[in-house]
Design a protein around this ligand. Structure first.
Ligand code: MTE
Length: 343
């Protein structure tokens, strides 16, 4: 994976801390942002207005399909407790949506937001294939219909050693998996991103290093873990194209490259799938990709991370936690495994 040095982040990509603080103070004052004190704990309540975080007016994404907009009118607010919530400062919406990795739109962090104007996430369908009782090609509306949306605030740690805190909107992947009735042979689950060379300039590029489609996978028990999330939105809005519209995976204890975007295929398999980054450079990127400060990337350390947005005066370099701080929920999945070998 290409890595940019901390000082390669353009100033324009960073919200000045003062502006960010002002906005948070404003949101607190308006009762829109709660650190557990201003609003009663409405966890489980069906009220979009009780969300912990909303996109700033004027910066919202263009309207989604009406049926999807309807789903966003009732979202269960994140509970006030870990692991589905953290009170660490949220990464501002502007940074979450302008500092991206989505190589289908280009290699630079600003490319996905600049180059995704032609991308269409409606209509959308998802193929469910392999070891399942109910294979088929399903309209996204049918995929999402039975799922209530909820807000979750997770840390996202990229293998490039930067991190964010993002308020996602979505539902547990396990709930989706159960509906399609995996057979006893389904030991792994594989995901694929759309390949649309017309709207994705990174795919047309002569310099593309990825063999498309972008592919990722999980072991079935990882996929069924309650932390594993299918996101359809962030900051109370449906996903912008650059963040993986209309539906992407979020696996908070793994490096960000596992969190595949704009999913069009979910394949249940008996054997471990060949994934994009393992395919590109198996010595540097493993199938498991659990956040692990004790196992360094061959070209840089993994025990510290830069929490975005950085400022000139505050580099925000913080220690990286094993499993990105979600060890209590997931360490048991890897009991007895040598994590320096299965990285
Ligand atoms: N999914 C696809 N299809 N293509 C990509 O290039 N990049 C991955 C992941 N999902 C990527 C992808 C990487 S490296 C990271 S860190 C996260 O998306 C970044 O998600 P974000 O841009 O929403 O922060």
């Amino acid at each position: 994976m290409l890595i940019k040095k901390p000082n390669d982040i353009a100033g324009s990509e960073i919200t000045p801390h003062s502006v960010y603080k002002q906005r948070r103070e404003f949101m607190k004052g308006a009762g829109l942002l709660v650190g557990g004190s201003l609003l009663p704990n409405l966890a489980g309540a069906q009220s979009g207005d009780a969300l912990k975080a909303r996109a700033p007016a004027g910066l919202k994404t263009s309207p989604a399909a009406p049926w999807l907009q309807d789903k966003f009118t009732s979202i269960a607010r994140a509970p006030d407790v870990a692991p589905y919530f953290t009170d660490e400062a949220l990464t501002p919406y502007e940074d979450v949506t302008r500092y991206n990795n989505f190589y289908e739109f280009g290699m630079d962090k600003a490319d996905p937001s600049s180059n995704s104007g032609e991308f269409k996430s409606d209509p959308w369908s998802v193929e469910i294939a392999g070891e399942v009782g109910k294979p088929g090609v399903y309209a996204l509306e049918d995929i999402l219909k039975p799922h209530d949306l909820e807000e979750r605030i997770y840390r996202l740690r990229c293998v490039e050693a930067w991190s964010m805190v993002i308020p996602w909107i979505g539902f547990p992947l396990a709930d989706l998996i159960k509906r399609f009735e995996p057979t006893s042979k389904a030991k792994f689950i594989e995901f694929e991103t759309i390949v649309d060379d017309e709207s994705m300039p990174g795919i047309r590029s002569r310099f593309a290093i990825v063999r498309w489609p972008y592919r990722e996978g999980l072991r079935m028990d990882e996929a069924m873990n309650p932390l594993t999330f299918m996101a359809v939105g962030l900051y109370g809005e449906h996903l912008p194209a650059q963040n993986g519209a209309p539906m992407r995976l979020v696996v908070p204890w793994k490096y960000g490259f596992k969190s595949i975007k704009s999913i069009v295929k979910i394949n249940f398999r008996e054997t471990m799938p060949n994934t994009t980054w393992v395919d590109l450079q198996a010595r540097e990127y493993g199938f498991y990709a659990n956040v692990n400060p004790a196992v360094h990337h061959p070209r840089w350390r993994q025990d510290m991370e830069r929490r975005l947005p950085q400022t000139l005066f505050d580099r925000k370099v913080i220690p990286t936690q094993p499993f990105n701080g979600y060890g209590e929920q997931v360490a048991s999945l890897y009991k007895g495994m040598d994590l320096s070998r299965y990285y």
